[in-house]
Design a protein around this ligand. Sequence first.
Ligand SMILES: [Zn+2]
Length: 267
Amino acid sequence: MNLSKKLIEASLYEKINLTNDEQNVIYQILDNNLNGVTEYYDTFCPYCKLSTTFRLNLKHQVKSDNRLIFSLYNSMEKQYFLISYECSRNSSHTLLLTIKVYKEAIEKVGQSPSRANLDKNKFKKYSKVIDSEMHSELTRAIGLFSHGVGIGSFVYLRRIIERLVFKAFEKAKVDNPSIEKDFLNKRFTEKISALKDYLPSTLFENPKIYSILSKGIHELTERECLEYFNIIELAIELILDDELTKFENEIKKENLGKKLNSILSLD
Ligand SMILES: [Zn+2]
């Protein structure tokens, strides 16, 4: 079940629609009985500063606090409750969510540590392939998104993806100078198509990413930007993963070359 991912990655105050299965998990959490369902989220722990799995822990649901919250807010339409996760490396490291329940939807009204704090470390691994400016823009995009700022956060992601596309263009130009012709006048999606051999195939195979990117920033609504944020963030991660693999392979090749040279020079 991917409910935890959906909850932890959602922005605050956004209505999250639930499937029947997801609704059942919510009821099971409220009922303090998960019935064999496991809920977890793989991320970085800001306390351990290492990658970890946060597991939903009903044992740690603060029953008395829940009752307190219920007594303050409980009404026919809305209920508030806490969901608590613990880090598998150290059970005193917790991830807490405050959720408001509607009939078929929920709204996240609080989270600690914040999504930006969890993701800040996630992007550290890309420091070999992105500069500090891009790293801080990525963190800013997630910070804005996690507070429900749609267009603002999306502008940052578009900016990052455009810069990555231009980086690919610079590489393509070295191999094939003719690509430069008319490149700057092309629409954004045409630019991506022209760089097919230099960008991850997932960008082309996923029509949704493609159609979101083909829309101008002025055509998108606040709601659409929030809705598409996670998909575009994933596209950026795919490009960066690709770059990181290439970078690491180059280093390995270089090291192999050095080792072979030193063996040959011994002869
Ligand atoms: Zn931890």
